[in-house]
Design a protein around this ligand. Structure first.
Ligand SMILES: Nc1ncnc2c1ncn2[C@@H]1O[C@H](COP(=O)(O)OP(=O)(O)OP(=O)(O)O)[C@@H](O)[C@H]1O
Length: 482
């Protein structure tokens, strides 16, 4: 028993690790298409359901072995009794199967509802500030949550009713079976009376295992449905894998690149039905190592999307990127991505320096001083003592983490937007100059027109197109829209 449970737990562990491993390497577009609640439910709750059912699954296997042995014994004693018992079991299984389909449907619905409930709870937790001061919105979110919880309860109650019905049915079936072999069979088969006691004993022997099978089968159905959810996620994640199966070997083969060129680059957001929503490009691109380029333009014109295209987070729909003339292919895209230290406006701040374990704590603490947050957080034992900082301070910390990677290209999406005027000036006038002196290429989305003169070029975007260079000449031909 313990060995079997260990086998199931090992299998589950491997499956979960495999799915999370795929998840961390899937394309950004696919990640954006998932609902958080759905992923959390599948990876945590569904695996718990399977774990909890492991014990019962082992029990069911033991019970099945017992039933088969007893049936063989009954067959040896009396083919008539065996025939009757098997017919009875087949009828019972058919009726159970009818219920099972209903149970499977209820389980699928229950899982969907649980995912939606997790999403609603995330809304309450993450949107707390927006809700606390707005009673009407607060009530609205809670009503939505309560509605989902109510629907989930209805489905659960319905599933439990089916479950209990099955157990009752199984018990009635056993009594009918025993009654048939004890009272009816002797009337039909005259020679049967000789073995009736032994057949009855054998049937009594399989009552308990059959009971175990009947009562635990719905749990197994539940576990099966949970397993299907995880396998579905596993399957979905298989298709759009990019170059992730090739382990990346640091340092990047492009570390010493001199120029990045793009020709007819284009990317389109599409909805679930594949209808186009917004297109960036087609445009040509030319970036020289060590350049500081600002990308500017109105809200929604495509600056962030452009950044995601340039740093390789979005796969191009058409066009090609080249580094020093070498075309980027699936097998070297990761090398390309490794050139960038990126901070988007919706960045995530890890509380420890994953992948940078060998970093010197003094270097990190010096950076904290330089960024004027050393009085708020310290780097100690491989992690930051506090990450509960103000938005501007969190961005400074994110910049430190990005710079510690020491990559040749620094990409910042409206990084300075949340900085106070003093630090904003420090960023544009001092930090950017230091990046330039260190030979870094800086690609920054900026709305601070006061500082645009500090860039080598300022490129304006309009409606998904690179409109023109507002400031500074392109290093070769202008980036052009086509
Ligand atoms: N994940 C997405 N799925 C579908 N459409 C998207 C997605 N992200 C952005 N868009 C659309 O693409 C367009 C460009 O968005 P993007 O975030 O690139 O603009 P932006 O110039 O960075 O805007 P802002 O200055 O407001 O940050 C927008 O119209 C937006 O609706």
């Amino acid at each position: 028993m313990t060995r079997s449970i260990r086998i199931i737990e090992n299998m589950l562990h491997d499956l979960r690790v495999r799915v999370v491993n795929k998840l961390r390497r899937t394309s950004l577009r696919q990640m954006e298409s998932f609902s958080k609640g759905d992923i959390y439910t599948k990876i945590s709750q569904d695996t718990v359901t399977i774990s909890q059912s492991a014990f019962f699954l082992v029990n069911i296997v033991q019970a099945l072995v017992m039933v088969v042995c007893c049936l063989l014994y009954i067959a040896w004693l009396s083919p008539g009794a065996f025939f009757m018992t098997v017919i009875g079991i087949i009828i019972a299984i058919s009726i159970y199967w009818g219920h099972r389909q209903k149970l499977v449907r209820d389980m699928a619905e229950m899982n969907k509802k649980e995912g939606e409930i997790v999403e609603a709870v995330c809304d309450i937790v993450e949107g707390y500030k927006e809700l606390y001061g707005n009673q009407k919105r607060n009530e609205g979110v809670f009503k939505h949550y309560s509605g989902l919880a109510e629907e989930s309860r209805t489905v659960k109650v319905r599933a439990n009713d089916t479950f209990i019905l099955e157990i009752m049915f199984t018990q009635i079936f056993f009594y009918l079976l025993i009654g048939a072999v004890v009272f009816i069979l002797p009337e039909i088969v005259p020679t049967y009376s000789v073995v009736v006691i032994r057949v009855t004993a054998a049937i009594l022997f399989i009552v308990n295992p059959l009971d175990i099978i009947a009562t635990t089968a719905p749990l197994i159905t539940r576990a099966n449905s949970a397993l299907k959810n995880i396998y579905d996620l596993d399957d979905v994640l298989t298709a759009p894998q990019t170059d992730a199966d090739r382990p990346f070997q640091a340092p990047s083969q492009f570390l010493n690149f001199q120029e990045i060129t793009g020709h007819s680059l284009q990317f389109t957001y599409r909805d679930a039905e594949n209808n186009p929503l917004f297109t960036v490009g087609p445009f040509d691109l030319h970036l020289m190592r060590g350049e500081t380029v600002f990308f500017v333009g109105g809200n929604g014109c495509g600056k962030t999307t452009l950044m995601k295209i340039i740093c390789g987070l979005y796969q191009l729909n058409s066009g090609e990127l080249r580094l020093d003339g070498q075309r980027l292919e699936q097998n070297n895209y990761q090398d390309y991505r490794e050139l960038f230290s990126v901070i988007f406006s919706d960045f995530h701040l890890f509380d420890r320096l994953y992948g940078q374990e060998e970093v010197d704590p003094t270097t990190v603490n010096n950076w904290l001083k330089k960024m004027d947050i050393a009085h708020k957080t310290q780097f100690s034992k491989g992690r930051f003592t506090h990450t509960d900082l103000s938005t501007g301070q969190r961005k400074r910390l994110a910049l430190i983490v990005a710079l510690l990677d020491d990559r040749p290209i620094v990409m910042l999406d409206e990084w300075a937007a949340d900085q106070d005027p003093q630090f904003r000036t420090f960023f544009y006038e001092t930090l950017l100059a230091e990046f330039r002196a260190a030979g870094k290429t800086v690609l920054a989305v900026s709305h601070d027109d006061r500082y645009w003169h500090l860039a080598d070029r300022v490129v304006k975007m309009e409606y998904g197109q690179l409109a023109r260079n507002l400031y500074g000449a392109s290093t070769s031909q202008n980036e052009t829209c086509q």
